[in-house]
Design a protein around this ligand. Structure first.
Ligand code: 4NP
Length: 149
């Protein structure tokens, strides 16, 4: 059975699709699946923000085919781990958990730091977010691979 991972932000167009693309590149796809979702439904069905698509492409990662969707309580059953970007995402997703086991699946992607929302920022903010996500995903990759053995 593959380990399934869900990245969650607010809109599912800036941070979490980028996080999905970055982590997917770092893990063997025969052992892991990576998806993303948003806590809000503003952008359902839309591709990622062009600034996320661009910063991903500059780093050799393709995310333009992704489509935004909203997090649902069924995701607690479908995914082994749910990584959220900030504390607002954390409380929103945890509030939908039906059991302590579901709640325990949810953690901040960066254990003690938030990935700031770049939506109202500029291209530089998307570069900062990319670097933070890349660092966070390296740490998660090491941890996930270690937990397999
Ligand atoms: P994300 O960024 O949560 O990283 O996808 C946002 C995208 C859209 C909005 C807010 C944050 N919005 O308010 O529409």
């Amino acid at each position: 059975m593959k380990t399934s991972i869900l990245m969650v932000c607010l809109g599912n167009i800036c941070r979490s699709p980028l996080a999905e693309g970055i982590l997917k590149e770092k893990l063997p796809n025969n052992l892991f699946t990576v998806d993303s979702a948003g806590t809000a439904g503003f952008h359902i069905g839309r591709p990622p923000d062009p600034r996320s698509i661009d910063v991903a492409a500059q780093n050799g990662i393709s995310i333009g085919h992704l489509k935004a969707r909203k997090f649902t309580p069924a995701d607690f059953r479908k995914f082994d781990k749910i990584y959220v970007m900030d504390r607002q995402n954390l409380s929103q997703v945890q509030s939908l958990a039906a059991t302590p086991e579901e709640e325990n699946k949810v953690t901040l992607l960066m254990e003690s730091e938030e990935i700031p929302d770049p939506y109202y920022g500029g291209v530089e903010d998307f570069k900062t977010v990319f670097d933070l996500l890349n660092t966070a995903c390296n740490a998660r990759r090491d941890q996930l691979l270690k937990n397999l053995s």
